[in-house]
Ligand binder design. Structure first.
Ligand code: MIG
Length: 811
């Protein structure tokens, strides 16, 4: 039975072209794995064979098991753009063979392979069957391009539902849907239109409170069927490459997402200003117009940190140039903007104009950096500049060159880069033809293999270039296209949406979906890219935008002006109030980002993730938690005086009124236009900044620390650092934990800290809500303080130093 010839070599150099069927005559029609004939064990890797095909099962960590299939017995080169290096913990792996099965077990999960039919299943340590193959993995030869179409089908239970998969414009729960991953420029996309801009081959299954994920690390066009073709079967298949998936165990939903982030990485800490409000439009020009918009923000006292330059800032849409008529002195303009607290973000597209007098084209041509077709012609297509060629961002040399091209923009004072059209988009044909060749980091491939990673490698080149040029300053990038792992290099927006209420609802669902797909730093074009929102829709979108990690208003060039004041009163004042709320919450959002970066938690967490055991929550998609402690429910319909909001179990307080709720059911909450349902978890401590017109407008003297009473012990994490540099990677940061607990006569708050950063402010202004008793004494670090006050609703206020260790509030 043990067959040493099955050993998988790590040296894949000679084998990647051997995967074609050379032994059989005629194409291989659909083949299913047959009975397991032999196996070999090699540390934490196990290879099984049915005589022709091989399947490798490897234990990556206690909770992650990888499965690969080689149709003709030769595995493809083991290379991934998605994975990041990470030490995964493997405690102990047990291998057992019985009459029917092979069992590979970690302390958390068992992978079982049936001998008779090669079916693979995963079982929780308490015996719950998480997932099992509905049929053996199968494959079919692709005669035209070589390689195989590869297929995997898993049984689907009646109580099982599906989530994640990136940016799909459909219901949050994916059961009953068929989806395709193929990055596509989808101007004014419709609900249920598919595919869209990003390819994130990671889905979650949730059944009876047990959750697992499947990350299929395959860049070819990939298809999903969640119980459509057959109600009891979920399938995924790809048009090429290797069947190569990671089973990610939970059983908690949030842990599956965390483990996916360990595999594929998280966002870096964004510069603090990137969490402020961003104003974008296609396009602000000339320079006077840009200044006028920026000045209006300051005159009207509406906070804003970033303004964008869309394609018209360039000379004939040539990347890395300026239109000298509209922008005769970019350096001066950007420094004037900077003086009033604006960062400037500029767009850069992949298409490079074919123009022998244009240095970028000349350099790219001279160095052979542009993509070519199978017969060696250049890949040419029309985009904004006219006839263009396109850098092959899958070539490491090209990425390095590209990264260096940003020097000029940085010298002019540019603060961030927006990568658009990187699906890649080509006018007319949509994208590149399949036969375009790519370097694929020396693993070579056609566009079929590189298409879905092209945009990610472009923004990677951008990010890495900026990082190198800016030295110790955090880059800010935003991209439209992406593949799993793109979060390591960029934030994303959801592309060309429409100014309708339906799209506002989609915006909410898509950001939650991106967040649980590893892409927390996401946002939508507030107001809708194309079409005309009225004041009400725009205002409701701003409200949702406060709670999307990236808050950017954007609009197409053929729409009416679209700034927060464009709709007059009362909309302007309400927008101001909500943008101000965003700025108050900045230290809280920053702390949520830290928890994403450090502990791999998504910033937005849907209700089903908070309470996966309640089956009805499988279908909720309006409410979500923003970080640990704030639950919001955007208003998604016009003219409504109230709406239903589900609050998960536990104690919640209305952020506006401090009314206390016992969760676990739905409530009707009134929703006048100047409000939206926002709730804070009992026991939360939320840091707030004073309203600033932009980040670092003035030196802070104190931070407001709002704390809500709880009888249960609750912890909140507050994170602080320099805000713009990479010192946090050298542990120069401060992570504070506030722990609270209460009784009917006392409330105790304790603070612990670690890290090496010292914030410059000295004081906390405390506000404590929901105390169930009349306060008689406030003791800070053992000393009673006399200066405290409470209002008619028993909200307590007092001041302490930022270093307090223990506060006792007593009846
Ligand atoms: O073909 O740069 O999604 O945000 O304003 C359209 C112009 C190109 C598409 C982007 C949009 C941007 C627009 N771009």
């Amino acid at each position: 039975m043990i067959d040493p010839s099955l050993k998988v070599s790590d040296d894949n150099n000679e084998e990647k072209f051997l995967n074609n069927p050379i032994v059989t005559v005629g194409p291989v029609t659909k083949q299913y794995l047959k009975a397991v004939k032999s196996y070999i064990t090699d540390g934490n890797r196990f290879v099984f064979s049915d005589g022709a095909s091989k399947v490798q099962v490897s234990v990556i960590s206690d909770e992650i098991i990888r499965v690969r299939m080689a149709p003709q017995g030769t595995f493809l080169a083991d290379f991934s753009y998605a994975l990041q290096p990470y030490d995964h913990v493997i405690t102990e792996v047990k291998f057992i063979e019985n009459d029917l099965q092979y069992l590979i077990s970690t302390p958390k999960v068992t992978c079982a392979i049936t001998k008779a039919d090669f079916l693979i299943s995963f079982i929780d340590r308490d015996g719950f069957l998480m997932s099992s193959d509905a049929k053996p993995m199968h494959y079919e030869e692709n005669v035209q391009f070589g390689g195989y179409y590869i297929y995997c089908s898993k049984t689907c239970q009646t109580t099982e539902d599906f989530y994640a998969l990136g940016d799909k414009a459909t219901e949050f729960n994916l059961r009953g849907k068929r989806m395709v991953l193929w990055n596509t420029d989808t101007y004014a996309f419709a609900k249920n239109q598919d595919p869209l801009y990003r390819s994130i081959p990671f889905y979650l299954s949730l059944n009876k409170g047990y959750c697992y994920g499947i990350f299929h690390d395959n860049t070819f066009k990939t298809h999903y069927d969640f119980a459509v073709e057959s109600m009891d079967c979920t399938s995924f298949w790809s048009d090429g490459g290797e069947l190569n998936y990671y089973y990610i165990h939970g059983p908690q939903m949030v842990d599956v997402v965390r483990r996916y982030s360990m595999l594929t990485g998280t966002h870096q800490m964004p510069p603090m200003w990137a969490l402020g409000f961003h104003q974008c439009r296609w396009s602000y020009y000339p320079d006077k117009k840009v200044k006028q918009v920026a000045n209006t923000f300051r005159e009207k006292k509406i906070p804003c940190d970033a303004i964008y330059l869309d394609i018209d800032y360039m000379n004939g849409y040539r990347c890395f140039t300026w239109n000298e008529r509209y922008f005769p002195d970019p350096k001066n303009l950007l420094s004037e903007l900077n003086d009033i607290g604006f960062k400037t973000v500029v767009i850069i597209d992949p298409g490079i104009k074919v123009d022998e007098n244009y240095w970028v084209f000349k350099e790219g041509k001279a160095n052979n950096y542009f993509c070519r077709r199978c017969d060696d012609y250049f890949m040419e297509g029309n985009v904004w500049p006219g006839r263009c060629q396109f850098p092959d961002f899958t070539n490491p040399k090209v990425r390095e060159w590209w990264g260096g091209l940003f020097q000029g923009l940085l010298d002019a004072g540019v603060d961030g880069v927006w990568n658009d059209m990187n699906e890649p988009a080509v006018f007319g044909s949509g994208s590149f033809p399949d036969d375009v060749r790519h370097n694929f980091d020396h693993h070579r491939g056609s566009h079929r293999k590189a298409h879905n990673v092209y945009g990610m490698q472009m923004v990677r080149a951008t990010y890495e270039g900026l990082q190198k040029l800016q030295k110790n300053k955090r880059p800010f990038t935003i991209t439209r296209a992406g593949y799993s792992g793109v979060q390591r290099y960029s934030s994303v927006w959801t592309g060309d949406n429409v100014a309708t209420w339906e799209h506002l609802k989609l915006a909410n669902v898509m950001c939650q979906r991106l967040s649980i797909s590893g892409i927390s730093f996401c946002g939508t074009d507030i107001g809708g890219f194309t079409g005309e929102p009225d004041g009400e829709l725009f205002t409701r979108w701003i409200q949702l935008g406060v709670f999307t990690p990236l808050m950017r208003a954007h609009s197409a060039g053929d729409t009416r002006e679209r700034e927060p004041w464009s709709f007059g009163e009362p909309f302007e004042s309400i927008c101001r109030k909500f943008i101000e709320l965003r700025y108050k919450l900045l230290p809280y959002l920053y702390s949520a980002f830290w928890q994403h970066y450090k502990y791999h938690l998504p910033v937005l967490r849907p209700v089903v993730m908070l309470e996966p055991n309640e089956h009805i929550n499988h279908f909720r998609e309006d409410e979500f938690s923003f970080g640990d402690s704030i639950l919001v429910c955007p208003v998604l319909q016009p003219g409504v005086a109230n709406r239903k909001v589900y609050l998960p179990k536990g104690t919640w307080y209305d952020y506006w009124t401090n009314h206390k709720y016992k969760g676990g059911k739905e409530f009707v909450i009134s929703t006048p236009l100047d409000s939206m349902p926002i709730f804070v978890k009992g026991g939360a401590s939320i840091p707030e900044y004073p309203v600033m017109q932009h980040v670092n407008e003035f030196e802070l003297e104190s931070v407001t620390l709002k704390t809500w009473f709880s009888e249960m012990e609750e912890k909140s994490i507050i994170y602080e650092d320099h805000g713009e540099n990479f010192a946090y990677k050298l542990d120069i940061y401060l992570e504070k934990t506030i722990t609270v607990r209460g009784t009917n006569g006392s409330f105790v708050m304790e603070q612990t800290m670690h890290g090496m950063y010292t914030p410059r402010y000295e004081k906390y202004e405390h506000i404590v809500y929901g105390l169930p008793f009349k306060v008689k004494k406030v003791i800070v670090d053992g000393k009673e303080i006399k200066k405290y006050s409470f209002d008619t609703t028993n909200v307590l206020s007092f001041t302490t130093t930022k270093q307090f260790k223990k506060i006792e509030i007593l009846a």
